[in-house]
Design a protein around this ligand. Structure first.
Ligand code: BGC
Length: 907
């Protein structure tokens, strides 16, 4: 592998047909190689809270970091940098050159299916944390792909919806985090979004890609589409979209030949796109990461400790009215003998949100396990009794059987299949998947009594797997298994409770589920279609088995045919998918009663409830802001019986908490990654003093959220969603309406207290900017003192309020910077310093014409004044607020901008 790669030389060697081939990916995760011209194939991987590698099915396990709303809530720039570095190491171990992250879309609504993937509702927090992550990642030679550019803030009709947004809101809120990332971190790649903006798909929008991103901001990196997110040939290439992903091509290839013949495209257009891919390839060469290299995991003590620190840094203490926390089980003060742990999110570790962000974590520590670990870590923990009860089923889909299944004996005897693509450990093999290129017997799929031609030996290929969820997009021996194939999934289920059971099946394909040889669910003919498997799957269908005995082995068999499915020619290739859920039937009231009994006798009850990766995921938005099933009834019941009840909500985005007034001790845990349980326990038992603050406003009810009248499938116009709230997103809207949220943006408690003093705002100094116009700079300094009795660290936020003399209205206050102290001992202080430049005083002026840009405005009508706008910072007196949260501003000062108005374009 040559470390030095000459872009010019390589471009000169390529023929037109080779260049055309390179404009589309090779399969899901690689770029197209051209060995004759010395062009290697780069590898990419999702992103953003881990590096999954090249397989959805049977992938190599990866570290899973807290999902982005958790990392954003840490308000910790250096932590984000460290996470970026660790992701870089993980990519290197997986021979990955390009990580598909970070995501910096905006949580316009609490309901966004992918809300958990972005850092914050605030553009400065979102962009600043992203920039630190990118700098960390790229310091390891791995390209970041900032995504999804832009206004991809809902999942409903994501391929076609038009986000209709004023140019001012687009610039100040939605483009801003991308702009900050480009300015502060120079990402080497960017992914366009699926949606349209003001009528035009972003992947062919030359105003967004070329005028703003490349010309105005000077972005130098490679631009790729989202997966199957290209909808034109010549237009997308002209606009500047370099790479169509994934392959094989849908919109390029031969269609480019025609566009060249028709002179809709010219050689220069193709060369410009190929050059960007080659420039990224030059970086890949410089990184030393091998091409077509092996995929491995990483596990070092330093990584383990970072994962744990990241997990505890993402826990927000919302209420501690009785000073119940930290729990004292160690040392002199120890008073606790019995702890009750309740809730569906306690025993299962929900490490990440769902969709493409989800990955097979290398290990996972559940909250229950984390608490048990903490107790066991001390001699004094020996006498503490811990009792657990689930309290209720809160899944909308039945839980996967993972944890209750094992490899069938018969499969073991046969050798257990081919390990070629198995990425996990030996003990993680819990099911067996066989593939046939011909139907094994007539009527085999629909009728489990049809045996077909034998079992193991006769299949064309077989593999072990580690879950009752299999998305068969990859990880299959392509040489042995045809696209159209017949599949059998077998496993042995061992119930841990006797009683009636319900199983549920979702397939990408047609098939059946049988239990102990008897057909239970038939999806073999015309199955109802649903949202699963990125919209390719059936609806989830369930059925009951009257009785299963605890500990007795149950044979589970699923048969699938993908012939009709593949024949239909889906948007991307997969051999199908299987999701098998199931559990003993739990009557909500019975489970609740049981939990109440466990809690009654305990000194402390810890209740862990929330959402899951199946409720917050890609492809759909949440229907409401409620906790699932009977969760609220469970929490209310437990709060009544035990005065020492601690409630932990785990979700990526806000939920309603109707019992909040009764809960005196409340924590918000996001999806915390591998070490979520240990991180949470560190906070509960005071090993870590919490310092996270909410990166999102938690509204009391959905109706209070700014986009409520116009979001998701509730848009008033067909095919478009009007961003009616304009610039008033998140706390900007709550402040503007003087509306009290449940918990405000930037809010979070500590086990200690802090005072703020000595605010000093320097006079702004003016200088010529490196891009255009004049810049200004000033520094804000203030002192934070730990006035409590425990060591702790504090995140402080700088809010700027614009002068009332401004020619347009603004949000009452806007976050323009933040800083965090180190761990302060009681009684000690730290001086924090935040630097601001002209961006802190800027707003987007749509009225001014910018000759020649041809910028389309709202609804396709050109902006006021005709052609675009510019940034403006007016003269005037600005208020500077230093806050412990957006609703707890501790220090106030002013600064006068005496020169101006400053006007500029670009970074
Ligand atoms: C997602 C992207 C992701 C890609 C590859 C798409 O569906 O929107 O964020 O990187 O798939 O998995």
């Amino acid at each position: 592998m040559a470390a030095k790669f000459d872009v010019k030389e390589a471009l000169a060697k390529l023929t037109m047909s080779q260049k055309i081939k390179m404009l589309c990916g090779k399969g899901w995760w690689h770029t197209e190689p051209v060995p004759e011209a010395g062009v290697d194939s780069m590898r990419m991987s999702d992103g953003p809270n881990g590096a999954r590698g090249t397989r959805f099915f049977n992938g190599v396990p990866s570290s899973c970091f807290p999902s982005s709303t958790g990392l954003g809530s840490s308000f910790d720039i250096s932590l984000a940098h460290e996470v970026g570095e660790a992701l870089g190491d993980e990519c290197r171990a997986k021979s990955t050159h390009i990580l598909l992250g970070p995501t910096v879309n905006t949580q316009r609504s609490p309901l966004g299916g992918r809300g958990f993937e972005s850092f914050s509702e605030d553009p400065v927090l979102n962009g600043t944390i992203a920039a630190a992550y990118i700098n960390g990642l790229q310091s390891k030679g791995v390209a970041a792909t900032v995504k999804h550019f832009v206004a991809n803030d809902q999942e409903f009709e994501r391929f076609s919806i038009s986000s209709d947004v004023s140019e001012r809101a687009l610039r100040e809120i939605y483009l801003k985090p991308f702009q900050i990332a480009v300015k502060d971190a120079n990402p080497w790649a960017l992914m366009t979004s699926y949606n349209r903006v003001n009528g035009l798909h972003v992947s062919e929008n030359s105003w967004l890609i070329d005028d703003i991103l490349r010309k105005e901001w000077g972005f130098q990196g490679m631009i790729m589409s989202d997966w199957i997110g290209v909808y034109s040939t010549a237009e997308s290439i002209k606009a500047g979209l370099d790479l169509e992903m994934p392959g094989p091509t849908v919109m390029r290839g031969k269609a480019i030949d025609r566009a060249l013949i028709a002179q809709k495209l010219f050689t220069e257009d193709i060369d410009a796109r190929v050059r960007k891919i080659l420039e990224l390839l030059a970086r890949a060469h410089a990184s030393g990461i091998p091409f077509d290299g092996p995929e491995k995991g990483v596990d070092t003590p330093a990584l383990r400790s970072l994962l744990r620190r990241a997990a505890s840094s993402a826990v927000v203490l919302l209420k501690n009215d009785k000073k119940l926390l930290p729990l004292s089980i160690f040392g002199e003060k120890k008073t606790i003998k019995k702890i009750a742990i309740i809730g569906p999110n306690a025993k299962t570790a929900f490490a990440s949100g769902g969709g493409s962000a989800n990955l097979l974590a290398s290990w996972k520590v559940s909250p229950l396990q984390g608490i048990l670990n903490a107790i066991a870590s001390s001699d004094q923990g020996k006498d503490i009794q811990v009792e657990y009860a689930v309290g209720g089923q809160t899944h909308t889909l039945l839980p996967l059987l993972d944890g209750y299944i094992q490899m069938p004996e018969e499969a073991k005897k046969s050798g257990g299949g081919d390990d070629k693509y198995w990425g996990g450990k030996e003990e993680d093999k819990v099911a067996f998947v066989e593939f046939w290129n011909e139907e094994p017997g007539e009527g085999w799929v629909a009728d489990p009594t049809v045996k077909g031609e034998g079992r193991v030996k006769k299949s064309d290929w077989a593999t072990p797997t580690g879950s009752s969820y299999c998305f068969l997009m990859d990880g299959i021996d392509e040489e042995k298994v045809n696209d159209i194939c017949w599949i059998r999934y077998t496993t042995t289920y061992i119930p841990d409770t006797s009683g009636p059971h319900t199983f549920s099946l979702t397939l990408a394909g047609h098939g059946t589920l049988s239990i102990n040889g008897t057909l239970l669910i038939d999806l073999s003919t015309d199955p109802p279609q649903g949202d699963s498997f990125f919209g390719l799957g059936t609806a989830d269908v369930s059925a009951r088995v009257p009785y299963l005995e605890k500990g007795e082995k149950v044979d589970v068999e699923i048969r699938v045919s993908n012939a009709l499915f593949v024949g239909k020619g889906g948007p991307f290739s997969t051999r199908g998918g299987i999701r098998l859920g199931g559990s003993v039937d739990v009557k909500e009231e019975v489970a609740r009663e049981e939990a109440v009994k466990v809690v009654e006798g305990a000194d402390v009850a810890i209740v862990v409830v929330g959402l899951t990766h199946e409720l917050e995921s890609e492809g759909f938005d949440r229907p409401n802001m409620k906790l699932p099933g009977a969760t609220n009834a469970l929490v209310s019941a437990l709060l009544k019986v035990n005065p020492n009840t601690i409630v932990i909500n785990q979700s990526g985005t806000p939920v309603e908490m109707p019992w909040v007034d009764e809960a005196h001790t409340l924590l918000q845990a996001f999806y915390g990654g591998n070490e979520l349980g240990n991180g949470l326990a560190d906070v509960l038992f005071g090993k870590v003093n919490p310092s996270a603050k909410l990166a999102l406003t938690f509204p009391k009810r959905l109706e209070d959220s700014p986009s409520y009248p116009s979001y998701g499938d509730k848009g008033e116009a067909h095919g478009k969603i009007l961003y009616n709230e304009g610039i008033y997103v998140g706390y900007r809207s709550f402040d503007k309406r003087s509306l009290d949220p449940l918990f405000p943006f930037g809010y979070g408690l500590s086990y200690t207290t802090f005072s703020y003093s000595n605010l000093h705002v320097s006079e702004p100094s003016f200088s010529a900017s490196s891009s255009s116009g004049k810049n200004l700079s000033l520094t804000i300094t203030f002192t934070v003192t730990n006035t409590g009795s425990l060591p702790g660290s504090e995140s402080s936020q700088i809010y700027v309020s614009y002068p009332s003399t401004s020619v347009v209205p603004h949000a009452p206050q806007q976050l323009k910077g933040f800083a965090k102290t180190g761990i302060l001992e009681p009684g000690t202080s730290e001086e924090l310093k935040v630097s601001l430049d002209r961006d802190a005083f800027a707003w987007w002026d749509e009225r001014v014409s910018r000759a020649g840009s041809g910028v389309p405005g709202l609804h396709g009508v050109t902006s006021l004044g005709g052609k675009g706008g510019r940034w403006v910072a007016e003269k005037g007196v600005y208020e500077i607020g230093v806050g412990a949260s957006s609703r707890d501003v501790r220090l106030k000062g002013t600064v006068e901008v005496k020169e101006g108005p400053l006007e500029w374009l670009g970074l």
